[in-house]
Design a binder for this molecule. Sequence first.
Ligand code: 13P
Ligand code: SF4
Length: 321
Amino acid sequence: MVLYRIMLEDSSAAVTAHDGAAETAFVELARLKKDRGALILAHTYQLPEIQAAADLVGDSLELSRAAARTDARVIVFCGVRFMAETAKILAPDRTVLLPAEDAGCPMADSITAENLRDFKSRYPGRPVVTYINSTAEVKAESDWCCTSANALRVIEAVDSPEILCVPDRNLARWCQRNTTKKLVWWDGFCLVHVRIDPEDARAAKAKYPDALLLAHPECEPEVLDLADHVLSTSQMLAFAARSPARRFLIATEAEVVGKLRRDHPDREFYTVGPAQHCVNMKKTRLADVLRALETGKPAVTLDLDLMARARRPIDRMLALG
Ligand code: 13P
Ligand code: SF4
Protein backbone atom coordinates (compact mmCIF):
# COMPACT_ATOMS: atom_id res chain seq x y z
CA MET A 1 0.00 0.00 0.00
CA VAL A 2 1.41 3.34 -0.98
CA LEU A 3 1.06 5.97 1.72
CA TYR A 4 1.64 9.59 0.95
CA ARG A 5 0.69 12.99 2.24
CA ILE A 6 -0.31 15.95 0.17
CA MET A 7 -1.03 19.37 1.48
CA LEU A 8 -3.98 20.83 -0.37
CA GLU A 9 -3.22 24.20 -1.88
CA ASP A 10 -4.85 27.02 0.13
CA SER A 11 -5.89 24.52 2.77
CA SER A 12 -4.43 23.32 6.03
CA ALA A 13 -5.87 19.84 5.48
CA ALA A 14 -3.19 17.17 5.57
CA VAL A 15 -4.30 14.23 3.51
CA THR A 16 -3.28 10.65 3.89
CA ALA A 17 -4.53 8.61 0.96
CA HIS A 18 -3.93 5.03 -0.05
CA ASP A 19 -3.88 4.73 -3.83
CA GLY A 20 -3.46 6.59 -7.09
CA ALA A 21 -7.20 7.10 -7.59
CA ALA A 22 -7.45 8.84 -4.23
CA GLU A 23 -4.45 11.02 -5.10
CA THR A 24 -6.12 12.09 -8.35
CA ALA A 25 -9.37 12.79 -6.48
CA PHE A 26 -7.63 14.99 -3.91
CA VAL A 27 -5.75 16.94 -6.60
CA GLU A 28 -9.06 17.52 -8.44
CA LEU A 29 -10.69 18.51 -5.15
CA ALA A 30 -8.00 21.14 -4.50
CA ARG A 31 -8.50 22.56 -8.01
CA LEU A 32 -12.29 22.72 -7.72
CA LYS A 33 -12.18 24.15 -4.22
CA LYS A 34 -9.94 27.00 -5.33
CA ASP A 35 -11.93 27.61 -8.49
CA ARG A 36 -15.29 27.77 -6.67
CA GLY A 37 -14.00 29.63 -3.59
CA ALA A 38 -15.33 26.83 -1.42
CA LEU A 39 -14.95 25.91 2.23
CA ILE A 40 -15.44 22.25 3.15
CA LEU A 41 -16.91 21.58 6.59
CA ALA A 42 -17.17 18.03 7.94
CA HIS A 43 -18.72 16.62 11.09
CA THR A 44 -16.59 14.29 13.23
CA TYR A 45 -18.88 11.37 12.27
CA GLN A 46 -17.89 11.62 8.59
CA LEU A 47 -15.74 8.97 6.90
CA PRO A 48 -11.94 9.44 7.19
CA GLU A 49 -11.66 10.34 3.47
CA ILE A 50 -14.12 13.19 4.02
CA GLN A 51 -12.39 14.35 7.18
CA ALA A 52 -9.13 14.40 5.20
CA ALA A 53 -10.74 16.53 2.49
CA ALA A 54 -12.23 19.07 4.91
CA ASP A 55 -10.92 22.49 5.90
CA LEU A 56 -12.52 22.02 9.30
CA VAL A 57 -13.66 18.89 11.12
CA GLY A 58 -15.78 19.65 14.16
CA ASP A 59 -18.93 19.26 16.16
CA SER A 60 -22.22 21.01 15.43
CA LEU A 61 -21.28 24.12 17.40
CA GLU A 62 -17.88 24.62 15.77
CA LEU A 63 -19.28 24.04 12.30
CA SER A 64 -22.12 26.53 12.89
CA ARG A 65 -19.62 29.12 14.05
CA ALA A 66 -17.47 28.49 10.97
CA ALA A 67 -20.50 28.89 8.68
CA ALA A 68 -21.42 32.17 10.41
CA ARG A 69 -17.97 33.74 9.98
CA THR A 70 -16.74 32.43 6.62
CA ASP A 71 -16.43 34.68 3.59
CA ALA A 72 -16.16 31.68 1.25
CA ARG A 73 -18.63 31.87 -1.67
CA VAL A 74 -19.57 28.23 -1.34
CA ILE A 75 -19.89 26.05 1.78
CA VAL A 76 -19.77 22.31 1.18
CA PHE A 77 -21.38 20.72 4.21
CA CYS A 78 -20.38 17.11 4.80
CA GLY A 79 -22.86 16.09 7.43
CA VAL A 80 -26.62 15.70 7.62
CA ARG A 81 -29.40 17.99 6.40
CA PHE A 82 -30.09 19.91 9.62
CA MET A 83 -26.41 20.92 9.75
CA ALA A 84 -26.39 22.18 6.15
CA GLU A 85 -29.67 24.02 6.80
CA THR A 86 -28.11 25.70 9.84
CA ALA A 87 -25.16 26.81 7.69
CA LYS A 88 -27.56 28.24 5.09
CA ILE A 89 -29.53 30.09 7.78
CA LEU A 90 -26.30 31.62 9.09
CA ALA A 91 -24.91 32.40 5.63
CA PRO A 92 -28.01 32.99 3.49
CA ASP A 93 -26.11 34.79 0.73
CA ARG A 94 -23.74 31.82 0.21
CA THR A 95 -24.31 28.65 -1.73
CA VAL A 96 -24.50 25.75 0.73
CA LEU A 97 -24.03 22.32 -0.82
CA LEU A 98 -25.09 19.08 0.88
CA PRO A 99 -23.24 16.43 -1.17
CA ALA A 100 -25.38 13.56 0.15
CA GLU A 101 -28.83 14.98 -0.47
CA ASP A 102 -30.68 12.22 1.40
CA ALA A 103 -28.54 12.41 4.57
CA GLY A 104 -31.18 13.09 7.20
CA CYS A 105 -31.39 12.70 10.96
CA PRO A 106 -34.24 10.62 12.42
CA MET A 107 -34.01 12.54 15.70
CA ALA A 108 -34.45 15.88 13.91
CA ASP A 109 -37.41 14.42 12.03
CA SER A 110 -39.07 13.18 15.24
CA ILE A 111 -40.76 16.56 15.75
CA THR A 112 -42.50 18.79 13.20
CA ALA A 113 -43.35 22.49 13.53
CA GLU A 114 -46.97 21.47 14.09
CA ASN A 115 -45.94 19.03 16.86
CA LEU A 116 -43.98 21.83 18.51
CA ARG A 117 -46.87 24.31 18.28
CA ASP A 118 -49.07 21.70 19.93
CA PHE A 119 -46.43 21.00 22.63
CA LYS A 120 -46.18 24.75 23.37
CA SER A 121 -49.94 25.10 23.62
CA ARG A 122 -49.90 22.42 26.36
CA TYR A 123 -47.30 24.41 28.36
CA PRO A 124 -48.14 28.07 27.71
CA GLY A 125 -45.55 30.70 28.59
CA ARG A 126 -42.59 28.28 28.72
CA PRO A 127 -39.68 29.21 26.41
CA VAL A 128 -38.44 26.53 24.02
CA VAL A 129 -34.79 25.44 23.81
CA THR A 130 -34.30 23.43 20.63
CA TYR A 131 -31.35 21.17 19.98
CA ILE A 132 -29.59 22.11 16.76
CA ASN A 133 -30.51 18.59 15.56
CA SER A 134 -33.86 19.90 14.28
CA THR A 135 -35.42 21.16 11.06
CA ALA A 136 -35.44 24.85 10.09
CA GLU A 137 -39.23 24.85 10.59
CA VAL A 138 -38.86 23.67 14.20
CA LYS A 139 -36.07 26.20 14.89
CA ALA A 140 -38.38 28.92 13.57
CA GLU A 141 -40.89 28.04 16.33
CA SER A 142 -38.20 28.12 19.05
CA ASP A 143 -36.77 30.73 21.42
CA TRP A 144 -33.25 29.36 21.75
CA CYS A 145 -31.04 26.83 20.04
CA CYS A 146 -28.40 24.72 21.74
CA THR A 147 -25.89 22.05 20.79
CA SER A 148 -24.54 19.19 22.86
CA ALA A 149 -21.54 21.43 23.66
CA ASN A 150 -23.50 24.27 25.26
CA ALA A 151 -26.97 22.96 26.24
CA LEU A 152 -26.55 23.57 29.95
CA ARG A 153 -25.17 27.07 29.43
CA VAL A 154 -28.16 27.91 27.25
CA ILE A 155 -30.61 26.49 29.81
CA GLU A 156 -29.03 28.65 32.51
CA ALA A 157 -29.12 31.73 30.25
CA VAL A 158 -32.86 31.43 29.54
CA ASP A 159 -34.83 33.80 31.76
CA SER A 160 -37.43 31.30 32.98
CA PRO A 161 -37.64 28.67 35.74
CA GLU A 162 -39.46 26.27 33.38
CA ILE A 163 -38.30 25.39 29.88
CA LEU A 164 -39.44 23.11 27.07
CA CYS A 165 -36.62 21.08 25.47
CA VAL A 166 -36.89 19.42 22.05
CA PRO A 167 -36.26 17.00 20.44
CA ASP A 168 -33.69 14.92 22.41
CA ARG A 169 -34.95 13.47 25.68
CA ASN A 170 -31.49 12.29 26.76
CA LEU A 171 -29.82 15.68 26.33
CA ALA A 172 -32.74 17.20 28.26
CA ARG A 173 -32.51 14.58 31.03
CA TRP A 174 -28.80 15.21 31.31
CA CYS A 175 -29.42 18.97 31.66
CA GLN A 176 -32.21 18.30 34.18
CA ARG A 177 -29.71 16.55 36.44
CA ASN A 178 -27.49 19.62 36.36
CA THR A 179 -29.95 22.49 36.74
CA THR A 180 -32.54 23.54 39.29
CA LYS A 181 -34.86 24.70 36.50
CA LYS A 182 -37.78 22.48 35.57
CA LEU A 183 -37.39 21.01 32.09
CA VAL A 184 -40.15 19.37 30.08
CA TRP A 185 -38.89 17.37 27.11
CA TRP A 186 -39.96 15.86 23.84
CA ASP A 187 -39.51 12.10 23.55
CA GLY A 188 -36.99 12.14 20.69
CA PHE A 189 -33.73 10.20 20.72
CA CYS A 190 -30.75 9.23 18.60
CA LEU A 191 -30.92 5.65 17.33
CA VAL A 192 -27.12 5.47 17.24
CA HIS A 193 -26.47 6.59 20.83
CA VAL A 194 -29.32 4.70 22.51
CA ARG A 195 -27.83 1.47 21.14
CA ILE A 196 -24.82 1.95 23.44
CA ASP A 197 -25.61 -0.52 26.20
CA PRO A 198 -24.88 0.26 29.89
CA GLU A 199 -23.92 -3.42 30.34
CA ASP A 200 -21.20 -2.94 27.71
CA ALA A 201 -20.06 0.21 29.53
CA ARG A 202 -19.78 -1.74 32.81
CA ALA A 203 -17.89 -4.56 31.06
CA ALA A 204 -15.49 -2.12 29.36
CA LYS A 205 -14.78 -0.36 32.66
CA ALA A 206 -14.13 -3.71 34.34
CA LYS A 207 -11.75 -4.72 31.54
CA TYR A 208 -9.91 -1.36 31.54
CA PRO A 209 -10.23 0.01 35.09
CA ASP A 210 -7.67 2.77 34.41
CA ALA A 211 -9.54 4.08 31.34
CA LEU A 212 -11.63 7.26 31.33
CA LEU A 213 -15.15 6.88 29.95
CA LEU A 214 -16.22 9.85 27.80
CA ALA A 215 -19.89 9.80 26.79
CA HIS A 216 -22.02 11.94 24.49
CA PRO A 217 -25.15 13.36 26.17
CA GLU A 218 -27.38 11.64 23.59
CA CYS A 219 -26.57 8.34 25.36
CA GLU A 220 -29.08 6.83 27.76
CA PRO A 221 -28.90 8.08 31.38
CA GLU A 222 -27.61 4.69 32.59
CA VAL A 223 -24.56 5.11 30.35
CA LEU A 224 -24.05 8.73 31.43
CA ASP A 225 -24.14 7.55 35.07
CA LEU A 226 -21.06 5.47 34.35
CA ALA A 227 -19.19 8.21 32.47
CA ASP A 228 -16.26 10.17 33.86
CA HIS A 229 -17.13 13.07 31.56
CA VAL A 230 -20.18 13.91 29.41
CA LEU A 231 -18.99 15.82 26.34
CA SER A 232 -19.86 16.82 22.77
CA THR A 233 -17.74 15.18 20.08
CA SER A 234 -15.27 18.06 19.73
CA GLN A 235 -15.08 18.37 23.49
CA MET A 236 -14.03 14.69 23.57
CA LEU A 237 -11.25 15.38 21.07
CA ALA A 238 -10.05 18.42 23.03
CA PHE A 239 -10.28 16.57 26.34
CA ALA A 240 -8.24 13.60 25.08
CA ALA A 241 -5.61 15.94 23.59
CA ARG A 242 -4.88 17.58 26.93
CA SER A 243 -5.51 14.63 29.27
CA PRO A 244 -2.54 12.72 30.72
CA ALA A 245 -4.64 9.50 30.62
CA ARG A 246 -3.44 6.72 28.29
CA ARG A 247 -6.71 4.81 27.80
CA PHE A 248 -10.20 6.01 26.95
CA LEU A 249 -13.60 4.40 26.44
CA ILE A 250 -15.63 6.44 23.96
CA ALA A 251 -19.44 6.31 24.03
CA THR A 252 -20.48 7.97 20.79
CA GLU A 253 -20.42 7.31 17.04
CA ALA A 254 -17.47 5.11 16.04
CA GLU A 255 -15.78 7.63 13.74
CA VAL A 256 -14.73 9.67 16.76
CA VAL A 257 -12.76 6.66 18.00
CA GLY A 258 -11.10 6.41 14.56
CA LYS A 259 -10.12 10.08 14.65
CA LEU A 260 -8.77 9.79 18.20
CA ARG A 261 -6.66 6.78 17.20
CA ARG A 262 -5.27 8.66 14.18
CA ASP A 263 -4.56 11.77 16.27
CA HIS A 264 -2.95 9.89 19.19
CA PRO A 265 -1.36 6.64 17.96
CA ASP A 266 0.50 6.34 21.28
CA ARG A 267 -2.74 6.00 23.28
CA GLU A 268 -5.62 3.54 23.42
CA PHE A 269 -9.21 4.32 22.49
CA TYR A 270 -12.04 1.78 22.59
CA THR A 271 -15.69 1.85 21.62
CA VAL A 272 -18.15 0.93 24.35
CA GLY A 273 -19.53 -2.37 23.06
CA PRO A 274 -19.90 -2.82 19.29
CA ALA A 275 -18.95 0.16 17.10
CA GLN A 276 -22.05 2.27 16.39
CA HIS A 277 -22.33 4.02 13.04
CA CYS A 278 -24.71 6.73 11.91
CA VAL A 279 -25.73 5.52 8.45
CA ASN A 280 -26.78 9.01 7.42
CA MET A 281 -23.39 10.47 8.29
CA LYS A 282 -21.73 7.74 6.21
CA LYS A 283 -23.66 8.59 3.03
CA THR A 284 -21.14 11.26 1.94
CA ARG A 285 -18.33 9.98 -0.28
CA LEU A 286 -15.45 11.85 -1.87
CA ALA A 287 -17.12 11.39 -5.27
CA ASP A 288 -20.23 13.20 -3.93
CA VAL A 289 -18.11 16.13 -2.74
CA LEU A 290 -16.37 16.36 -6.14
CA ARG A 291 -19.70 16.19 -7.99
CA ALA A 292 -21.22 18.86 -5.74
CA LEU A 293 -18.28 21.21 -6.39
CA GLU A 294 -18.38 20.48 -10.10
CA THR A 295 -22.13 21.00 -10.57
CA GLY A 296 -23.07 23.37 -7.72
CA LYS A 297 -25.72 20.86 -6.63
CA PRO A 298 -27.45 19.76 -4.46
CA ALA A 299 -27.78 23.22 -2.92
CA VAL A 300 -29.83 23.90 0.21
CA THR A 301 -32.74 26.26 -0.49
CA LEU A 302 -34.95 27.66 2.25
CA ASP A 303 -37.66 30.29 2.27
CA LEU A 304 -36.29 33.75 3.26
CA ASP A 305 -38.90 34.36 5.96
CA LEU A 306 -38.33 30.88 7.40
CA MET A 307 -34.57 31.53 7.53
CA ALA A 308 -35.08 34.86 9.32
CA ARG A 309 -37.29 33.21 11.96
CA ALA A 310 -35.00 30.19 12.37
CA ARG A 311 -31.96 32.44 12.73
CA ARG A 312 -33.13 34.19 15.90
CA PRO A 313 -32.71 31.19 18.27
CA ILE A 314 -29.38 30.29 16.66
CA ASP A 315 -28.04 33.86 16.98
CA ARG A 316 -29.08 33.95 20.64
CA MET A 317 -27.08 30.79 21.23
CA LEU A 318 -24.02 32.04 19.34
CA ALA A 319 -24.13 35.36 21.22
CA LEU A 320 -23.40 33.40 24.40
CA GLY A 321 -19.91 32.86 22.95
P1 13P B 1 -22.22 17.12 18.33
O1 13P B 1 -22.96 18.24 19.01
O2 13P B 1 -21.20 16.51 19.21
O3 13P B 1 -21.74 17.58 17.02
O4 13P B 1 -23.27 15.97 18.06
C1 13P B 1 -24.14 16.05 16.96
C2 13P B 1 -24.83 14.80 16.70
O5 13P B 1 -25.52 14.65 15.74
C3 13P B 1 -24.66 13.75 17.66
O6 13P B 1 -25.41 12.67 17.30
FE1 SF4 C 1 -28.89 12.21 14.00
FE2 SF4 C 1 -27.92 10.42 15.74
FE3 SF4 C 1 -26.90 10.55 13.28
FE4 SF4 C 1 -26.45 12.51 15.09
S1 SF4 C 1 -25.77 10.38 15.17
S2 SF4 C 1 -27.01 12.76 12.93
S3 SF4 C 1 -28.45 12.56 16.15
S4 SF4 C 1 -29.02 9.97 13.82
